[in-house]
Design a protein. Structure first.
Length: 403
């Protein structure tokens, strides 16, 4: 007589916010939602308190999502601003994580530990106890950096980056299985000796039903949403706007988002706009709630992700790409990472050359001059995103891999 298979309980540790507050939070939220909708049991533990500039968690340390997943802060409910208190919270988080792992030891056969975190010190208790006691351990790996980055940073940021490398090069080789976001990362760990059969590649997750708002009036020619950092190529986009202006093509640009926990990035971009004499064409919305992000994106004709070619952009896959396509807008992207592996230029996306404002400007102009074709590209992009990035399908695929 066959035994019934042991029903696994997933416990996910993360250093991101949850369930909202940045790309990492979005991914973990959709993964948990997909697991729950497919009959799985999952709970979330956060190494750090909520940290999202301008927004505070008023619900305490223990919470529950609207779809029934419990989540608990191992540190404080909100991440403190003072450095001494941050260190204190990290120590408290490590102690609570250690206690939690001790409690899980009797449940070895029924538990799978998932980690979405690149925080070396906070991850150590989870990895240590999992390996010592044979608890199945799986790590999500979403990005990488170039070693040269550390040389251009201050002491504190350089230390953080080197701790990331310790996690990336050492700890991430210990889990039983890996979930990676790009072929770059899969190749990296395979070359390091990790069994490729224990690595699954899945680019990202998107809720296709959450983003499209019909009949929105178009107010902006091109829009961007996210943290407007160097890796997202905002400067290249601004130069492209200047080039179009020189050709008497005047367009309105909307940039939604800002740094979530550091000084605002917007003033430097505003100065750049003034330098390029396009300040009247570029509008900065700053950090806004997700429902407003959706409203803004649906008011744009084109949505853009003009990333340069770097180790970080090769290794990652932007959450925003699926969200853009879910808005049923034509997406302008550069040829970075795995984009060309999944999407076809002028079929379900419009592709420009990375690090090339001239190419970006030319492709914006092409979209403006080919409105009917662009509408078809937007429709095909939505269908491709539904096939590739839908969180329900992604959760099933990953759960099958874990079992």
């Amino acid at each position: 007589m066959e035994r019934n298979p042991i029903k696994k309980e997933y416990i996910l540790f993360t250093s991101n916010n949850f369930p909202t507050g940045g790309p990492g939070a979005t991914y973990v939220n959709l993964f948990c939602k997909g697991v729950k909708e497919n009959g799985g049991q999952i709970s979330v533990y956060l190494f750090k308190g909520h940290t999202y500039k301008g927004y505070k968690n008023d619900n305490g340390r223990k919470n529950r999502t609207e779809y029934g997943v419990n989540y608990t802060y191992l540190g404080f409910a909100n991440r403190p601003n003072q450095k001494v208190l941050k260190v204190l919270e990290d120590i408290l988080s490590i102690l609570r994580t250690t206690c939690l792992m001790l409690i899980l030891i009797p449940k070895i056969k029924k538990t799978t530990i998932l980690v979405y975190s690149d925080e070396f010190l906070l991850n150590i208790p989870v990895y240590l106890f999992s390996k010592l006691f044979g608890i199945q351990l799986v790590s999500f790996i979403s990005e990488s950096y170039n070693n040269e980055e550390a040389k251009r940073m201050g002491i504190v940021k350089s230390i953080k980056l080197n701790l990331f490398y310790l996690n990336h090069y050492f700890l991430n080789r210990l889990p039983d299985k890996l979930i990676v976001f790009s072929a770059f990362l899969k190749d990296f760990y395979t070359k390091k000796g990790y069994n490729k059969d224990n690595i699954i590649l899945h680019p990202n997750l998107t809720d296709l039903k959450e983003w499209y708002i019909p009949n929105q009036e178009i107010q902006y020619t091109i829009g961007y949403a996210g943290t407007p950092s160097k890796k997202d190529g905002i400067i290249d986009l601004l130069y492209a706007i200047k080039l179009l202006k020189e050709k008497k093509i005047f367009i309105k640009v909307l940039i939604v988002g800002d740094s979530t926990n550091n000084e605002s990035l917007i003033p430097n971009f505003q100065m750049k706009c003034t330098e390029l004499n396009i300040q009247g064409q570029v509008f900065f919305a700053g950090l806004v709630p997700q429902y407003q992000v959706k409203e803004y994106l649906n008011k744009c004709l084109i949505l853009s992700v003009t990333r340069p070619t770097t180790t970080q952009t090769k290794a990652g896959f932007p959450t925003k790409l699926g969200e853009y396509m879910a808005c049923k807008k034509v997406v302008l992207a550069t040829r970075f990472g795995d984009v060309e592996e999944y999407f076809t230029d002028k079929t379900n996306i419009v592709l420009a050359e990375p690090d090339n404002p001239v190419s970006i400007a030319a492709n914006i102009e092409w979209i403006l001059n080919n409105s009917e074709k662009s509408r078809t590209i937007a429709e095909m992009g939505f269908e491709k995103a539904r096939e590739l990035l839908d969180y329900r399908k992604g959760a099933i695929k990953i759960m099958n891999f874990l079992n």
